[in-house]
Design a protein around this ligand. Structure first.
Ligand code: GLY
Length: 383
């Protein structure tokens, strides 16, 4: 793609995003979307559990992230107002506490912290710091990892589980140290990132999803396949969390090993991108299985773009071109620009072995929109 063509595509795609989000925001301003219902309209996670909602759900901040990105671009108060409605709903989770886990990073970076950054709102600062305290409180000093999930119905207690996704949540800790001047949050984040380098990343640049430690002694016990195809495979969204997560740790700490780790995982992913730019659910799923994850695709693209902005001029294109290939495929073949669906990005998959395959997921839209703004070089960084 020539430079001019690329610029035209970026501008056209951002215009399509703005056209779609104007009515999507108006229609869903009181909701907390996760996926779409059969009629294409967003569901609402702020409903009670018996009506299909779950206000503690880990993805509930992404709608806020979308709204703040659009507000930053358009200055249209409809986005800010809807973001504030969501933020108020998530305030309740801090009070009830029991449903929260390590994903408070995703939930509060894109809501309370974003609000504080954009408006200076002191209540939002307070909520962001509370969330950071909850995340820091999940640190296990013996194993030097942040505990991921809480009780998980069909499995054993999860005190010893750390998962690759958590690298993205560390931005909340880096932010809290910067905001408060207290180095403890950053120390915890770096200890977790160091642990992740040691236990999650394989020599070929692929990453595992779950590592289990003995929560008392801190000793390594085993790994689990998690949301990927099987034990020993390589769940693509997890690769995306790892690229993006390590580069976040690099940019908040300057520790070169984190950037090198992000590059190594990027090389593994770039080698696995299909000819057509689509991303499977797992890079090691059987060759004849045509399952894909557009959500993993957008996260990998976002991570690659971030890597590209921290490497030398000579290396930059490798990462940027791969990201552009993925995002062009999404915008041209997996994006719904019509009014048939409230979501833009289609064909996302919750996990390899899960009914939620090839559905819209709100965080795919978030990472797609974020990546397009990154390509336009907007001065906005949410992590
Ligand atoms: N647990 C985060 C994810 O599904 O990507």
């Amino acid at each position: 793609m020539t430079e001019l063509n690329e610029k035209v595509w970026i501008d056209e795609t951002i215009n399509k995003i703005k056209n779609k989000m104007a009515w999507v925001c108006e229609k869903n301003k009181d909701k907390v979307p996760y996926t779409t219902n059969a009629d294409g309209s967003y569901n609402d996670m702020s409903l009670s559990k018996d009506k299909g909602g779950d206000i503690d759900w880990w993805t509930n901040g992404f709608w806020g992230g979308i709204l703040w990105l659009l507000y930053h671009d358009t200055k249209d108060c409809c986005y800010k107002d809807a973001a504030e409605v969501l933020e108020k709903k998530l305030q309740g989770c801090l009070m009830s506490y029991s449903g929260l886990n390590h994903d408070v990073g995703f939930m509060y970076m894109l809501t309370a912290v974003a609000d504080y950054r954009f408006t200076g709102n002191k209540e939002s600062l307070r909520d962001g710091m509370h969330a950071a305290g909850i995340l820091a409180g999940r640190f296990n000093p013996a194993g030097k990892y942040i505990r991921a999930w809480n009780e998980y119905a069909e499995k054993a207690p999860l005190e010893g589980w750390a998962i690759i996704d958590c690298l993205m949540n560390l931005s909340l800790l880096y932010w809290a140290s910067k905001e408060s001047g207290d180095p403890r949050f950053k120390e915890i984040a770096m200890k977790h990132a160091d642990m992740a380098m040691k236990y999650f990343v394989r020599n070929d640049g692929s990453v595992k999803h779950i590592i289990e430690f003995d929560p008392n002694s801190g000793e390594y016990k085993c790994s689990h396949g998690g949301q990927g195809y099987k034990h020993g495979s390589s769940w693509t969204r997890g690769q995306g969390w790892a690229i993006y997560g390590f580069v976040i740790s690099y940019l908040h700490t300057g520790k070169q090993e984190y950037l090198e780790e992000a590059k190594k995982i990027s090389h593994y992913c770039i080698a696995g991108i299909n000819e057509d730019g689509l991303i499977p659910i797992d890079f090691r799923q059987p060759a004849d299985v045509k399952l894909e994850d557009s959500c993993g695709a957008c996260i990998i693209a976002g991570g690659l773009l971030e890597v590209s902005s921290h490497v030398s001029e000579t290396e930059r294109e490798l990462y940027r071109n791969a990201a552009v290939k993925i995002l062009r495929t999404i915008s041209q073949t997996r994006a719904d620009w019509s009014e048939e669906s409230d979501a833009i990005v289609q064909n996302c998959s919750v996990a390899y072995h899960d009914n939620g395959r090839h559905i819209p997921l709100v965080y795919a839209d978030y990472f797609f929109i974020e990546a397009m703004y990154k390509l336009r070089e907007d001065e906005v960084f949410m992590w």
